[in-house]
Write a protein that binds this ligand. Sequence first.
Ligand code: FE2
Length: 494
Amino acid sequence: MMYIGISSGFHDAGVSVVADTGKLLFAAHSERYSKKKHDANLCAGIVKEAMSYVISSNYEVHYYEKPWLKAIRQFRAGQPIGPLSVKQIIGPELAEMLGDKPIKTHVHHKTHAAAGFQTSPFEDATVVVIDAIGEMDCISIWDARYDKRGKAVYKKLWSKKYPNSIGMFYSAMTQRVGLRPMDEEYILMGMAAYGKPKYANRMASVFLDDIFDIEFKQNLHIGLEENNFLDKADDMDIAASAQLLCETLIEKVMLKAFRLGSSKNLVYGGGVALNCLANRLLGKYFSNIWIMPNPGDAGNSLGAAALGYGGKIEWQDAFLGTNIKGPYPVKEVIKELTKKKMVGVASGRAEFGPRALGNRSLLADPRGPEIKDKVNEIKRRQKFRPFAPIILEEYVHEYFDMPRGWNDSRYMQVIATCRHPDLYPAIVHHDGTSRVQTVPKDGSGIRQLLEAWYKETGCPMLLNTSLNIRGEPMVNDRSDADRFEKLYKLKVVS
Ligand SMILES: [Fe+2]
């Protein structure tokens, strides 16, 4: 038996394939194939590639939420009701490509929980899910453990239903400052360092009835009402205030999880788990933390497949998508870097998740003050945003002060204070922190590259940003890499 998991229809569609041994064969985002950022729908390209890993006709298809349950919420909220069957959602062509099988559905927050717990190194955990919205739940806390047969068992301990949503609050604030909600929340997070949280108390009193129990007064699903107390507020102050209130609410949930759960292990999922600034606080309540590198809805395709499989998934790394075959181009990258040039890498399997972790990356020497502007000539992003460092894991404590509970950060999931901000200004934010990626001794291509770079220069880290054409998702295959080379006249090695 094999298990195909799909998420599609809202935002960030994805497909995952799990073998009956628990081996994770394939996991990817639809956007990398359709070239539409955050593509809500599956496309033929991703389904075709996923099906190439399904070598038996004995397989099941699992979907990441329950359409009828979502329809009840939409009906109650007076919203248009979506399709009630998965086949309607994905369309007859893709249903046929998936073998026209009956498609099993799972509760949205449970697929988030499964995507996290069944890929984690833990035998038991307290699972916290915080996103914008699933069917009904916007926040949930679970006890998760394996039974004697190795099957994952989930018990819901607490939940908060629509419209009491931390994710929707943060998205409404994202929209308020002129950014795209459900997309550019990470920019709002970056802006927070430049503002003062002077509206946080007012936001709490206007939006919330009960801050301890996360009861909202207003439904922020459709954004803020016009003519409100933030009309004349500075965008940076709104960002700082939204971040502070968001962190306060997350802390309330984590405290609740700590009290209700019985495990010292935290598994955290849902789109809000991408807030790497807030994630520095998680170690206050839990000794061990696992966030699957793709905790948002595309990651739920893996959760759906995991629920179908039932047991622990054999997790190695996040390199699970399209394969650009061949050895990692260590020598070629070093050659470019030592000429003080930026260089793109498109090698091996694409990352599952929103971060470039070394296989679809634009890399540069992080030392000195000029490099940030040079990389920005390509990326053209807001000048206030820094780039991220990627570092040999054994040196991370020499260069960064890691937050409590975080000894590593293999998927860029937490910020850490840089110990030498003057030496590496391109990778340090206004508040002195960096979104660090640590690379363990795992023999991966990016590990070999960092080791070679360290040998050459004595510097154990590189500047790492995603390899993408502006406005497009990350490069997926070699033809995307060729387009990038042509457009920016910058070498992409494979
Ligand atoms: Fe979700």
